[in-house]
Design a binder for this molecule. Structure first.
Ligand code: SF4
Length: 375
């Protein structure tokens, strides 16, 4: 069977006749991104370099044509993961396979054709657009960089794309600051689409927009996915948004994935206490009233010196005992379902068990923590 997809401007068709293999477009295995931390006096004296483990051993798979959401609080590592898997950042360790090719060590000329096929849309399109160039010039630039089109053909392609995303031809000559937030995000989409990618990573693409514009841009993103058979990674702190665009979701905490599964399973049967808190924190408008809002106490932990055992243990509202402090939980399937995994020692507890459990009081908890992790 031949898979024919339309291209951005209809100039050529891509085919994939190898339908027997699993349709994994992107796969990361134990990917890490650690940043060296500025040496303090102690570090300078003793040469003890410390690292912020922003992404610390992530396995993620994106199949062709699907949207995978990465959610979590700010600082959980989701943007760093997005930038690492598109090779905007060099991974510290682990494997990144794009279309079954190991690309984690690629650079320069070898990386260039991969860059064409993987695009990144930033939360603030202004940061990705040159303020001294018209937005038309910025969108056209990758066509020259990747030897895709020149001259009149180049401008025809850009104009077609502008029309496709709801911009007018007159916007080609505008400078970024002359456009509204929604228009700039449409320009960001054009810039991502112009190289005819297979994968687009969206980093909080609608969080700076009002609700009406959010809906318009999300509808556009959905329509473009179907039209061009695109795969998406969708990074967001907003679970309401993620729910409406993602097929699968990975929940990140302190550089690790703590739960992942199909969107409906994550929302209807969350298994990790952190996921449950995030879901309870979603503002739900019911008959004009906000209800069910709950915020998580405390701040995300330092990823330079993360908590022992389960990294969520200092903030976990369902904390059980010393095992939470001394043993790191790894992702395991839930109820025998390989499509739904969570990293909590106590994920199999029933709702009744959870509701009747009394979480240790703060003073008891401190004793448990000291005994389980004396260091
Ligand atoms: S392992 Fe313990 S601390 Fe971690 S999420 Fe599960 S119950 Fe909470």
């Amino acid at each position: 069977m031949t898979d024919v997809r339309p291209t951005v401007n209809g100039h050529h068709e891509r085919t994939d006749s190898d339908d027997d293999r699993p349709s994994e477009l992107l796969k990361t295995v134990d990917v890490k991104k650690h940043f060296p931390v500025e040496d303090g006096l102690f570090g300078r004296l003793f040469g003890d370099q410390q690292y912020a483990k922003a992404v610390d051993g992530v396995d993620l798979t994106v199949h062709k044509g699907e949207t995978v959401g990465i959610v979590g609080e700010s600082g959980c590592g989701k943007s760093t993961l997005g930038r690492t898997l598109t090779r905007l950042y060099e991974p510290t360790d682990g494997s990144i396979l794009f279309d079954y090719t190991n690309i984690e060590t690629y650079s320069g000329r070898r990386l260039k054709p991969i860059r064409r096929r993987m695009q990144y849309v930033f939360q603030d399109p202004l940061s990705a657009l040159n303020p001294r160039k018209t937005v038309g010039e910025s969108v056209a630039k990758p066509l020259a960089v990747h030897d895709i089109a020149t001259g009149e053909e180049k401008w025809e392609r850009v104009a077609d794309l502008f029309e496709e995303v709801g911009l007018m031809e007159s916007h080609l000559d505008a400078y970024p600051h002359e456009l509204s937030g929604g228009q700039r995000q449409r320009v960001g989409l054009c810039r991502a689409l112009v190289t005819e990618p297979d994968l687009i990573v969206f980093d909080e693409p609608v969080s700076a927009l009002d609700v009406t514009l959010q809906a318009q841009i999300l509808n556009l993103i959905n329509r473009l996915q179907t039209r061009y058979d695109l795969s998406y990674v969708f990074i967001s702190h907003d679970l309401n948004v993620v729910r409406h665009v993602c097929d699968r979701i990975a929940v990140m905490y302190a550089g690790e994935i703590v739960e992942r599964g199909r969107t409906e399973d994550i929302f209807e049967n969350p298994k990790h206490p952190y996921t449950r808190v995030l879901l309870r924190a979603i503002p739900s408008v019911d008959e004009g009233e906000h209800r069910g809002r709950e915020s998580l106490e405390g701040s995300p932990p330092s990823v330079t010196d993360p908590p022992s055992g389960c990294r969520f243990h200092p903030r976990c509202p369902e904390f059980i005992n010393g095992q939470c402090v001394s043993q790191q939980p790894f992702l395991q399937s839930v109820d025998g379902d390989d499509g739904h995994e969570t990293a909590c020692h106590w994920a199999e507890r029933t709702t009744a068990e959870r509701e009747t459990h009394t979480t240790p009081r703060p003073s008891e908890r401190r004793v448990i923590e000291r005994e389980a992790d004396p260091g």
